[in-house]
Design a protein around this ligand. Structure first.
Ligand code: GLC
Length: 480
């Protein structure tokens, strides 16, 4: 007995017992949601689109009206507009009066995305600036308002057009919706100047105003989930709008972002997510809800932003990533090279994630030629190799060295090897065990490879001219 107590004490000293840490991922207990998530994990590749009145200015989406001294906010403003914040914000909000994307052609976007192998779309129905890209009856700050020239166009409800076009291509639809709304008086109340990204008044002092904001948010989401056909994903951005305990409110005071203290108003901003989600699922059963960066039951999957985790994550996840540099359209933006994009997809899938790749449409409603080019390149690669991507699951060892990745079929009968460098005539793999009689094929050309065991490794002889049979990443298929 005494020895056990001593051992316990020693263990506590070596590994101090921490107060229980909140889990990063809380699975939804509903089995139909789990099933839907499983299917979502089969899709692997989706398109994100950031598009709004801000797209006219070649600037960051929304952030330039946020009074925080951060590089992408203050530094992200349109040049030559002077230093006057109020004047800038008025000019920004007036972007509504010139937004006229006459070349809007979502069928063309959807066809290109489908060819590239994308299986779902997430579209910014409303970003933080509050400008609605659908016909919301709860605000006039929207594309369908008479004050916006595109309201004269029969295609004015672009959310409808986008969802319909992508659905026709067999893709799932997702509504990006910003919880913070910097246009709504219920969030940035005109009574006070805004000071940062948060609600600009005391919610404890003015609970009625916050109630109105909560109702406004619920109403808008209700519209999106009622009038726009089947919606598969509700992608909620602006994780700082969330319920907080008193303890968390205190902790947030020390939250530092880019060297600045942004959370100057770190109060609890509770929009009653349980009620919102419950109602949402009466409208759209099995709706996946992604309350980004809010640990809890309403974040059905996690969404690392502009980064790829180092390793397999033990829960459903999706990296959202810009195809160019910015989420929003910037005329001079540089698009990432196609080999890098394909490698990124492979890397993410080998770690069990999905890739949500962003393109920002132009003010006229077009993708940049470079974006189409990249989609075409990816589509050529996917045509040959997509079976190694879709519906796969990660292997325990998802990689060998830096330049080789693996995936496997769900039933474990097939494994895939991704060679990120142009292969020589042979490849040696140390982390694979093969059964006698295993069949290895080069996926792009569907030609057999011979193999033998050598030195506790597998030596595979590739078909002649294997390099020419594919590009970017070469894939081998193993059946045993
Ligand atoms: C960040 C930004 C936002 C962007 C989003 C995309 O959360 O606030 O501007 O829409 O990332 O992931």
């Amino acid at each position: 007995m005494r020895i056990t107590a001593l051992l316990f004490l020693t263990l506590c000293i070596i590994h101090p017992i921490k107060a229980e840490e909140p889990g990063k991922y809380i699975p939804d207990p509903d089995t139909s949601i789990q099933r839907k998530l499983e299917n979502w994990q089969d899709l692997k590749f989706g398109l994100l689109m950031h598009w709004g009145a801000y797209s006219q200015w070649n600037i960051v989406e929304s952030w330039s009206i946020c009074p925080e001294d951060l590089s992408w906010a203050s530094g992200g403003r349109k040049k030559g507009m002077g230093d006057d914040y109020a004047a800038y914000r008025t000019a920004y909000e007036n972007l509504k009066t010139t937004f006229n994307p006459v070349n809007f052609n979502p069928e063309k976007w959807a066809a290109a995305a489908q060819r590239a192998g994308m299986k779902y779309v997430v579209f910014t129905t409303k970003h933080h600036d509050g400008f609605c890209m659908w016909d919301s009856k709860y605000t006039d700050y929207k594309i369908t308002d008479a004050g916006c020239p595109f309201s004269k166009d029969p295609r004015q409800d672009v959310t409808k057009g986008i969802f319909e076009a992508f659905r026709k291509q067999g893709m799932w639809t997702g509504a990006y919706f910003s919880k913070p709304d910097w246009h709504s008086d219920y969030f940035w109340w005109k009574k006070f100047p805004p000071s940062d990204r948060n609600a600009n008044y005391s919610i404890t002092k003015y609970p009625e105003q916050w109630k109105l904001f909560t109702l406004f948010t619920h109403n808008q989401i209700n519209e999106l989930l009622t009038n726009y056909g089947k919606v598969d994903i509700l992608w909620l951005d602006g994780g700082w709008v969330r319920k907080k305990t008193d303890e968390e409110v205190h902790e947030t005071l020390t939250e530092i972002y880019e060297g600045s203290r942004w959370a100057r108003n770190p109060q609890s901003q509770d929009i009653d997510m349980p009620a919102l989600v419950k109602h949402a699922r009466t409208l759209q059963p099995e709706l996946l809800v992604v309350d980004r960066a809010v640990t809890g039951p309403h974040q059905n999957y996690l969404t690392p932003e502009q980064q790829i985790p180092d390793t397999i994550l033990p829960y459903p996840w999706e990296t959202c990533l810009t195809m160019a540099g910015s989420w929003s359209y910037v005329e001079t933006d540089k698009y990432k090279p196609s080999d890098q994009l394909v490698e990124t997809l492979v890397d993410i899938v080998s770690k069990g994630g999905n890739l949500l790749l962003n393109i920002g449409p132009s003010p006229l409603g077009e993708f940049a030629p470079d974006a189409y080019q990249r989609l075409d390149d990816i589509s050529r690669w996917m045509k040959q190799n997509s079976e190694a991507i879709y519906a796969t699951r990660p292997m325990d060892h998802f990689r060998e060295g830096d330049r080789i990745r693996f995936t496997r079929s769900k039933d474990n009968k097939v494994r895939y090897v991704f060679l990120l460098d142009p292969p020589e005539s042979t490849v040696q793999l140390r982390s694979l065990t093969l059964k006698k009689g295993a069949r290895i094929t080069a996926l792009a050309s569907n030609s057999n490879c011979s193999w033998k065991l050598a030195d506790e490794s597998v030596m595979i002889t590739l078909p002649k001219n294997v390099q020419e049979t594919s590009e970017y990443v070469w894939v081998l298929k193993i059946e045993d």
